[in-house]
Design a protein around this ligand. Structure first.
Ligand code: SAM
Length: 193
């Protein structure tokens, strides 16, 4: 497994961190259908590539931790009162089977290699826990526009279709489904007992 999947995108997020929350906040409704697939109460949530913590802030959970490679983004998350740990998505600083849900929202396409990131998320999920990935379909009209816009902005973004991401989640040993389809889709992966 590669030890680090950081790309130049992390440096960009570090620079724009103070402006990041100008983007609309993540709504719980987008994540709820995927989270509802968990076979255990969702109380401990890890937000991987969590940035300023919009994912955790959209939920009402007792324990939420943001892991991100960009210190500037983590600083914003901490300003919101969240716990933040600097780290790479392929080396999560938590024990095996220790969380109820892992969020990877609008982040996987910025990571160098998605497979080891998904495998690491599967490692830290407890039995019955759920991985929730929110991504953008590059084959839709809006998706094609987003690919162009992100590359013009300087990002190395590499987008997956929902089907390809679901296959990756399945290959990591999780039970995969696509609760939300379209330009902005979610893929869920439940760790079976
Ligand atoms: C578009 S932001 C999404 C932030 C948040 N998930 C949200 O929905 O608002 C992508 C985040 O992924 C982080 N990131 C990119 N590659 C990473 C890696 N290999 N490990 C950890 N974080 C990474 C970036 O620093 C950035 O904060």
């Amino acid at each position: 497994m590669p030890s680090d999947t950081r790309t130049g995108d992390v440096a960009i997020f570090d620079r724009i961190a103070r402006l990041y929350d100008l983007k609309p906040a993540t709504r719980r409704a987008k994540l709820a259908p995927a989270l509802a697939l968990a076979d255990r109460p969702v109380e401990r949530v890890l937000d991987v590539g969590g940035g300023t913590g919009q994912g955790i802030r959209a939920l009402d959970v007792p324990t939420g931790v943001v892991v991100d490679a960009a210190p500037g983004m983590l600083s914003q998350a901490r300003d919101h009162g969240l716990a933040g740990v600097r780290g790479d998505a392929t080396r999560l600083p938590v024990a095996d089977e220790s969380v109820d849900a892992v969020l990877i929202l609008d982040a996987l396409h910025h990571m160098g290699q998605p497979e080891p990131v998904v495998e690491e998320a599967a490692r830290v999920l407890g039995p019955g826990g759920v991985l929730v990935c929110l991504e953008f379909d590059p084959t839709t009209l809006l998706g094609r526009g987003l690919v162009t816009a992100e590359h013009l902005f300087g990002f190395d973004s590499r987008f997956l279709t929902a089907g390809d991401l679901a296959a990756m989640v399945r290959a990591a040993g999780l039970s995969a489904s696509i609760p939300r389809t379209g330009f902005e889709y979610t893929v869920a992966g439940v760790k079976r007992f």
